[in-house]
Design a protein around this ligand. Sequence first.
Ligand SMILES: Cc1ncc(COP(=O)(O)O)c(C=O)c1O
Length: 396
Amino acid sequence: MPSRNLSPFSRRSFLHLSAAASAAAAFHIVTEPMLAAAARRPFSKDGVMIDSNENPLGPSQPARDAVSAIIPQGGRYLDNLTDDLVHTFAQLEGLNPDYIHAFPGSSPPLRFAVVAFTSPRKSYVTADPGYEAGMHAAAAAEARVVKVPLTKTYAHDVKAMLAAAPDAGLFYICSPNNPTGTLTPHSDVEYLVENKPKGSIVMVDEAYIHFCDAPSTLDLVKAGKDVVVLRTFSKTYGMAGLRCGFAIARPDLLDKIMDRAGWNFMPITALVAASASLKDPRLVPERKRINATIRQETFQWLERNAYSYIPSESNCFLLDTKRPGKQVIDAMAQQNVFIGRIWPVMPTCVRITVGTHDEMEQFQAAFQRVMRGTTAFSLQPARPTRNPRRVSALPT
Ligand SMILES: Cc1ncc(COP(=O)(O)O)c(C=O)c1O
């Protein structure tokens, strides 16, 4: 049976084409590299790039082989490859293929879902600090943006989110969270789903799920709840530049997202690389182990040197520099080490992506030089933070 993804000329696609005019406002998709670019100096080929939560390992060998093998057919649309990918994922996760839609990354469905489910009367509710892309989409929908501080354990505070927005259209949960790499328990997401205002939806961004042991919320989608789950191949699978992701939800919710998307066609290189990645049973456990090992070594180094950080279960973490974070970012860039941005609620914290073992050694050496003031750059002491409770909750 062909799935909803199969034919680009299906009735669904035709309807989406006709909705293209209303979708025009939805095309300004914001994604991680754009957000990272604000803090990044000009790209340096030999620099240590640990600012965008990319995977330094890149695509797996089976994915690379699949891309090479498909290149001679690059003159064809080969829309059956989307169907192959969707069916492979459906089988692995025990999902109905009609509940899955493939996109070039998870940024497009994130954007389209926010635009579809929020409006000037239906607010967008997110965590602070949290991944910012949805806020940009909410601004395009002229929706109120409600930012709710994380709990003391850096989980989403679902009760506070519910209390803050009785008019919510969409609750955005990112677990593990970007930038903190911390988890929100499945039971909290269930609570949110059961107690949310009628007509609203919960979108769970599982971009970093494969780095941790936490359960997915796909069971809530299977149970027919008002939940959209986002997945991407940009992180553990190392395919950020190849572009592939999924929105997973009830078909009626997917229809609403697709109404904002217009015509959506996948590059065949992304499709075959994603399929090959899913079919490789060693990929996720191996990469999860590599990431966890390097992250742990980095945390041990930070502890030995009395630096404060938030323990993370992901490929990024927040490091408290106890200085205005922007100055540290600039000083690190002068050392050819490009670290992630700051969030206004935690102005002394910078986000660090876990790179390779060598990259993290270079990061450590540069960070030590910057913090000990042995560089030409002089760091100013931090102004008092606007969120002392959060920062003082960091381990020292
Ligand atoms: C939480 C989160 N969601 C979604 C994305 C989008 O990634 P992509 O469009 O590459 O799938 C990112 C990128 O860093 C992210 O951090």
